[in-house]
Structure formats: structure tokens, C-alpha cells
Design a protein around this ligand. Structure first.
Ligand code: GLS
Length: 833
């Protein structure tokens, strides 16, 4: 039944449709109303948190009016939509972003002042939405911002984890994980208790043959878990388009618990069923670039894919179009291999439920999906054991076998003389147990495959997907270099810099077309502009110094060079190279004369990032950084010349304080290992320079900003294999200054050295897989060049301004336009206002 208001009553309805606030008074009225009624607080009982809550609810009301209209408009025009499937959306805080995007920050600032609050304190009350690990999840969040800002009809689909990425505490120098229960108060979501999808697991498949000999497979038995939709409005910048992010939460099919069992005294097992169902969406797996193959993770993946596909198919069916139109109406992007099950799931829906024949269904499926690869690290490539698959998703395993059979037959016909290729490209790895290779399934089931930076997209074509390039031809593979949203990462994080730029460019159009930034290069020699630019950087450093003081108790000098490496802790990202470099610097300072010390630029080395809870080596690196910091920060003889800080619990809202405050940031992965990196872009956009290897997007950043404006060092990706080989089979000689660093560690200078022996041995005895020693000399040399360059502040500012001016390419808007054109074939839809 259509649930819409009949024509004659619509006038009344329209008359009472709420109007969005637009003046400070109207904002205040809405906020106070929410505080007094929705929250049942009063002016005698209203703290900053209640005021945040009221403000957020007032803005939510605003967003939802635009959201309603956007959804109606999209349904009405019935254009092709894109669905972005991602297990991670690292959104951070929503209020500040919502205020900026709807252009009401000034209104809210004024209103809140009149109510007795400072807007910064209110914004600061919000709990980060931390449903992601790192770059992959943050990229999805930037994409949502760009999709809405560019008016694309788009939905995100993800999981509503009850616990996001853990909170990190540093206790005695060690990482301790604390659960992140973030849903106590989340004004940004709407529970859709009417949108529930039954998801099946386990069970059996039987085949039936009808009179014409057609076989049908029926999957029955097993258990049902329900998926409940929670919708999060995603406002675009300066547009009425407000898209939807739909997150699924799991709950037991019977609703709460099994009353039959409950009444017959089986309390515990009735509750257990309910808990088991809710466990599916309970927690985000805290690994970045690592696949652990856990059954619950596979359950999460299927639960989310099946619910999303059901929803997408239901929406398509409402249009009453023919199935062959599906790929003209629907584009689905797979954010990494995590949602690859959507491929066999759509095939299953089409053949088992909608009665299409295999080939017709497969034609639709393989035109619908696009797959983005985000890593070449072997430990991150997802594989699922066949027995586990058989148990959990028996029908999907059959479908995957059929997809594989058809594919291998095709390969055999095309390459009859290369039989050994079949084993290499088969979706099923013939190991024991056999494994399903998800990346291969994703390639086979998609019409386009893309990497996330040029080097990375080249690498996937020559390494993991080499055979597939021969099979499908090179056109199936493409590159879309990552980007970041300038709204959050410039305007919101660095309002003064944004304002300075706007003052020269005559407005904020650059926030919609970031290439306009190139115009500030005309001011690179303008004295006032330079002065203001430097003052802004300094003020941002003062803000970070305050944060450091508050959270670590260490006083740092904002005039020192701030050297920052914040990202997930991972051996391939090489925080160990950085901290060994810090020790090298410390030893050098200790050996310097007073004269020499005078010439040195004081430095603050700032680290931040979480280690996966089971990643012991990464945790050792955190421990070493903290131990080194403890010794150096207490060394009065060194004083301000060197400080070492580990910032606890790095997350999106902290990144917004850190990115604008760096002079140098480090992007120093072993060449060929970091697919793109996106924090490199954030730092450059905020007028920080970078030190980096020729890896990921660093290469394109160099091309855009010019090699004089970046500090590159280290071996190239093409040499990595040979170097690794020579470590294992040739003669290996440890870099002498690194040897001195290890001697210092081994002398217990930073506490009990046995704590760090695995870290050191990995380099001296076990092949130095990440080439720390090979790159150490050139890293230290480059750090000296940085010291020298920083002494010439005039030149430094020139480099920094030039860098900002040339970052236009790295907007996620450019990136989304490329996806829209090359992969999704979708058009923007002008919002109805
Ligand atoms: C990642 C890569 O490691 C990053 O280099 C990349 O920038 C990001 C987004 O494309 O994806 N892959 C991954 O598994 N985690 C990431 O952050």
C-alpha cells in the first residue's frame, strides 16, 4: 500500500511542514526547545554537553528536511544511483561539518554566545563516529562528503557497530585498548524500525527440477538474523542535496528473546540466541591492512552485503523496469574486497529468486560492480576457507564454484597453451584447506578495477592481477588517485588559513573547486600575505602545543620545528625508521659542542597512531617511542633542542588539530607498500612540507608541487625485490649509524633492551624486510637538509605557500568526478530547493 497523503489533504500537510531556522533567534528557539523538551533539561540544569545535544538536534532537524526532499527528488527523477559499500566509514564529528555545509556556523556561533556558550566548547563535546581503522575508512567518509556536495544521487551502506575503533590509552609507555561505546547519545542517526531485512546463515541447499528440466536451488534451514536500518544524513556543502548513509544493525529474528524458551525456564539460552545475533554488528575489527579470517568477520560481511543488496533490489523493483536495465540504474562500488560477497549475492537473487537464467543474470551482475583495490600487502588480501564458507553460506559457495568454472573455461579457450595459468587465476586456491580468493572474485565480477594512486594502480597490474590484465585486457584496470575533502581538512580544521585564502581569491569558491588554489601562488612574494601565513601556522602550533601539554604534561616550544608522523602503526609505514632517526639525532646532539648546538633548529618529534591489538611488533614500536621520549624529554642538557611526544588516541578530531600544526610530516613507507596515503595530502593542504619515500600519492604530490618543495629519499619500488633478496642471500651490512643507534638501545639507555630485541633482530638478523637499514642513511641525510632548510624561514614559507597553491588536484571532488565518469556512468542531479 502506498503510504502517501491523499491529494486533498496535502495543502494542510504542506502548510505545517517545518521551516528550517535561518537566524540566530530561530536557531536559539530550536536549541532551547530541544534542551527543554527532547532532553528534559532546563536552564538551571544545562551544561556544555546538553547544549551540544540541543544544537545537534536543531541541526539534525534542518538536515532531515533537506534529506527528505533529496530522497523524494531522487526517487522522482529516477536517475542512475551509486551505492558505496564500505565496512568502514570514519566520519569523525558531524556537528561542525553540518554547520559549515549548511552555511549556518555564524548563526550558531552568535546564537550560542547569546545562550552563554562558546561554539568551540560545544563542538568539542561530540564523540567521534569512529567506525573505521584508518585511511580506507576516512576515504569513504571524504567520498560521502564529495558525493553530496557534487549532487550525485548516492547512498553509502555500512555496518552500525556498537563499538567503533578502540580508544587508546598509553599506560607506562604501553598501548592499552579501551572499548569505544559511542551510542549513548547519537543524534545523527534515525532508526528505521520499519526497514528490516531477514538474513539467512548456515542451512542446506537442495535442487529441484521442474517439468522443462530447469533446475532451481533452494537454500533453507539454518538461522535467520534481522538487519535493522539506521540512516545518517550526509549534507553536501552549500547545496540542498543531503544523501543517505544506511548502516545496518543486527538483532535476533524473534525480536527480543525466545518467549517459549523463556517461559519453559531456559532463560540463559533464550538470551544467548539474542546476544549471538546482536554480536554480528557489535564490533569493528581493529585491523588495518590485515586479514585474520575470523568467522564472525565473514558473518559481518554477508550480513551487510545481503541487507544492502536486498534494499537496492527492492528500490529497483519499485521502478517496474526490466532486469536488463539494472546496470543502467544501479552502480555498486566495492570498497576493497570486504563487500565482494555482494557479487554472488546478486547472482543468487537473480537466479534463485527472480528466475533469470545464469548468463542473463551474470551479464547484469558483471556490469553493476566496480572494485577498488586498496593494498598489495599479501597479509591483507582476503581469503576464506572453503569449509567455513560451505558451513556458513552453502549456496554462495556453489555460485562461486560456478562463476569460477565459467571463468576458467573462458581462460582455457583464450590461452589453450598455458594450462598452468588456470591454477594461478582460479578463485579457489588449491591449498589445504582450500581457500576462496576474494580479490579474484572481485576482479571477475566487476567491470572496472581501480587502484588508488598511479604507482599503486601500475603495481596491481604487474603483480597481484598480472594474469587478469592479459585475460581481460588493460582497459578493465584503471587508476583513481585518492583525494580529501577540503571542507573538513582545510576550512574546518584551519579556518584562519581558509579565510586568508578567501580574502585573496574573493570568496570561498575554492572549497568547491580546489584547483582555484593555484591563484594564491601570485601572493607568494606578498609580504603581508607571507606574514599572515606564518602567523597562522604559528597559532596552529600553539594550539597543538596546548593540547600536548594538557594530554602529556610535556611543554614544547611552538617555535621549534614540529615533525609529525600520525597514522596507524605498521611495520611497512616505518615508524621504527623515524624513532631510530630520533635516537640518531639525540646521540648527535649529545656529541655536539655548544657552538654546533646553537646552529641546530629545535625539534619536536610527534607520533600518534593505534596498533592493532594483536600486532605485537607495532606495540613494541609504540613502547620504544615512549621510552625514548621519557629519556630525551627529561634530559636537561638537551632541553628544547629535541622533544619526543606520543599523542594518545589519534583519531579524526585530533587529526583536525594536528594537520594544520605541522612543519614537516613523515610519509616514509617502504617503496611500493603504501597504496596511496591520504594524510600526506592533508598536511600539504595546510601548509606543511613533507618528507617521504617515492611511494603512493607522494609521487603525484611531487609532480604537482615540484621536487624542490618536498623532501624525498630512499630506495625505489622497483629495487625492493632485489634488495630483499640480497639481504637473505647476499652479504648484508648494517648501516653504521643505525648500528650506533642499536648499540645505544642495547646499552639499556631506553630501559630494558630485551623489550626491543625482536624489533632490532628483525633488521639485523631476519632480512630487514622493510629495508630500514637500506634507507637509514638517506633518511638521516634528508633530515639534515630539512634542518638546513628550516633555518631559512623565508625560503621555507615560499615552499609552504607554493605547496598549498598546487594541491588542487587532491580534492576528493576531483576523485569522485573521475569515478562518476569512468566507472559509474552517473550524472549529478540538481537539488530541488
Ligand atoms: C589503505 C592504504 O593502506 C592507504 O595507503 C590508502 O590511502 C587507503 C585508502 O585508499 O587504503 N588500505 C587499507 O587497507 N588501509 C588503508 O588505509
Amino acid at each position: 500500500v502506498e503510504a502517501s497523503i491523499p491529494e486533498p489533504q496535502r495543502a494542510a500537510w504542506k502548510k505545517f511542514t517545518p521551516k528550517p531556522f535561518s537566524t540566530p533567534e530561530e536557531f536559539e528557539r530550536e536549541t532551547v526547545r530541544h534542551i527543554e523538551t527532547t532532553l528534559a533539561r532546563s536552564l538551571y540544569n544545562c551544561d556544555e554537553f546538553a547544549t551540544y545535544a540541543g544544537t545537534a538536534l536543531a541541526f539534525r532537524d534542518r538536515l532531515i528536511l533537506d534529506w527528505n526532499r533529496t530522497q523524494q527528488n531522487q526517487t522522482f527523477t529516477d536517475q542512475k544511483r551509486v551505492y558505496y559499500l564500505s565496512l568502514e566509514f570514519l566520519m569523525g564529528r558531524a556537528l561542525d561539518n553540518a554547520m559549515l555545509n549548511v552555511g549556518m556556523k555564524d548563526v550558531a556561533t552568535k546564537g550560542l554566545t547569546e545562550l552563554g556558550f562558546r561554539i568551540e566548547d560545544i563542538v568539542d563535546q561530540e564523540h567521534d563516529a569512529a567506525l573505521g581503522n584508518g585511511g580506507l575508512g576516512r576515504l569513504a567518509a571524504c567520498f560521502l562528503d564529495s558525493l553530496a556536495s557534487l549532487n550525485y544521487p548516492a547512498w553509502g551502506y555500512g555496518l552500525r557497530y556498537r563499538y567503533g575503533i578502540f580508544k587508546q590509552e598509553i599506560i607506562d609507555g604501553y598501548q592499552v585498548e579501551v572499548p569505544d561505546y559511542w551510542l549513548d547519545f547519537n543524534p545523527w542517526e534515525f532508526a528505521r524500525h520499519d526497514i528490516i531485512v531477514d538474513i539467512q546463515f548456515y542451512g542446506n541447499v537442495s535442487k529441484y527440477q521442474d517439468d522443462d528440466g530447469k533446475t532451481t536451488s533452494v537454500w533453507d534451514g539454518g538461522e535467520i538474523v534481522q538487519a535493522v536500518a539506521y540512516d545518517v544524513p550526509i549534507p553536501g556543502y552549500q547545496t540542498a542535496t543531503t544523501n543517505n548513509l544506511r548502516l545496518w544493525a543486527s538483532k535476533a529474528a524473534s525480536g527480543e528473546f525466545d518467549f517459549q524458551k523463556f517461559n519453559s525456564g531456559e532463560y540463559e539460552s533464550s538470551v544467548a540466541d539474542q546476544q549471538r545475533a546482536e554480536t554480528i554488528s557489535a564490533v569493528l575489527y581493529p585491523n588495518d591492512n590485515l586479514d585474520r579470517g575470523k568467522e564472525l568477520r565473514l558473518k559481518q560481511q554477508y550480513f551487510w552485503c545481503a541487507a544492502s543488496l536486498f534494499d537496492i533490489v527492492r528500490r529497483f523493483k519499485k521502478t517496474k523496469r526490466a532486469w536488463k536495465d539494472f546496470p543502467n540504474q544501479v552502480a555498486i562500488q566495492l570498497n576493497d574486497t570486504h563487500p565482494t560477497l555482494a557479487i554472488p549475492e546478486l547472482q543468487r537473487i537473480l537466479i534463485d529468486q527472480e528466475g533469470l537464467d545464469w548468463d542473463e543474470a551474470w551479464g547484469i551482475v558483471s556490469k553493476t560492480f566496480g572494485y577498488t583495490n586498496h593494498t598489495v600487502l599479501p597479509e591483507a588480501l582476503e581469503k576464506w576457507s572453503v569449509p567455513l564458507f560451505q558451513h556458513l553460506l552453502p549456496r554462495h559457495l556453489q555460485i562461486i564454484y560456478d562463476i569460477n568454472l565459467n571463468f576458467l573455461q573462458y581462460v582455457e579457450r583464450r590461452f589453450p597453451k598455458e594450462r598452468e595459468m588456470l591454477g594461478r587465476v582460479s578463485i579457489i586456491e588449491e591449498s589445504s584447506p582450500k581457500m576462496v580468493r576474494m580479490a579474484y572474485l572481485a576482479v571477475i565480477g566487476s567491470h572496472k578495477v581501480n587502484g588508488v594512486a598511479e604507482l599503486h594502480s601500475d603495481l596491481i597490474k604487474t603483480t597481484i592481477f598480472k594474469d587478469f590484465v592479459r585475460i581481460y585486457g588493460p582497459d578493465k584496470f584503471t587508476n583513481v588517485t585518492n583525494g580529501i575533502t577540503p571542507r573538513r581538512w582545510l576550512h574546518q580544521a584551519n579556518p584562519r588559513l581558509s579565510e586568508l585564502i578567501a580574502s585573496k581569491l574573493g570568496g570561498y569558491d575554492f572549497l568547491k573547486d580546489l584547483t582555484l588554489l593555484h591563484k594564491i601562488e601570485a601572493y607568494v612574494d606578498d609580504k603581508d600575505f607571507r606574514k599572515e601565513f606564518r602567523e597562522i601556522k604559528y597559532a596552529n602550533k600553539v594550539r597543538l602545543a596546548k593540547h600536548i601539554k594538557q594530554t602529556t604534561g610535556v611543554t614544547v616550544n611552538p617555535a621549534a620545528l614540529f615533525d609529525v608522523q600520525v597514522k596507524r602503526i605498521h611495520e611497512y609505514k616505518r615508524q621504527q625508521l623515524n624513532i631510530f632517526g630520533v635516537i640518531h639525532r639525540y646521540l648527535a646532539i649529545k656529541a655536539m659542542s655548544a657552538e654546533e648546538r646553537k646552529k641546530l633548529a629545535p625539534r619536536v618529534s610527534i607520533f600518534g597512531g593505534k596498533a592493532a591489538p594483536g600486532y605485537w611488533m607495532a606495540k613494541t614500536v609504540i613502547h620504544l617511542i615512549n621510552q625514548v621520549g621519557k629519556v630525551i624529554n627529561a634530559d636537561k642538557d638537551v632541553g628544547d633542542l629535541l622533544k619526543v611526544i606520543f599523542l594518545e588516541d589519534y583519531n579524526v578530531s585530533k587529526a583536525e588539530i594536528i594537520a594544520p600544526a605541522s612543519d614537516i610530516s613523515e610519509h616514509i613507507s617502504t617503496a611500493g607498500t603504501e597504496a596511496s596515503g591520504t594524510s600526506n595530502m592533508k598536511f600539504c593542504l595546510n601548509g606543511g612540507l613533507i618528507i617521504g619515500t617515492c611511494d603512493g600519492a607522494n609521487i603525484e604530490i611531487t609532480r604537482e608541487i615540484g621536487e624542490n618543495n618536498i623532501f624525498l629519499f630512499g630506495n625505489l619500488a622497483e629495487d625492493v625485490d632485489d634488495l630483499r633478496h640480497s639481504h637473505l642471500y647476499g652479504t648484508y651490512s648494517l648501516d653504521p649509524s643505525l648500528a650506533a643507534v642499536f648499540e645505544a638501545i642495547q646499552s639499556n639507555l631506553f630501559g630494558d633492551a630485551t623489550a626491543f630485541s625482536a624489533l632490532v633482530n628483525g633488521i639485523v638478523a631476519h632480512g630487514d624486510y622493510y629495508l630500514v637499514s637500506d634507507d637509514f642513511a638517506s633518511y638521516c641525510k634528508t633530515q639534515e637538509l630539512i634542518d638546513e632548510a628550516y633555518r631559512n624561514q623565508e625560503e621555507w614559507v615560499t615552499k609552504a605557500i607554493t605547496t598549498v597553491a598546487r594541491m588542487g588536484f587532491f580534492s576528493s571532488d576531483r576523485c569522485i568526478d573521475e569515478y562518476a565518469e569512468v566507472i559509474w556512468n552517473i550524472e549529478p542531479l540538481a537539488p530541488k530547493v
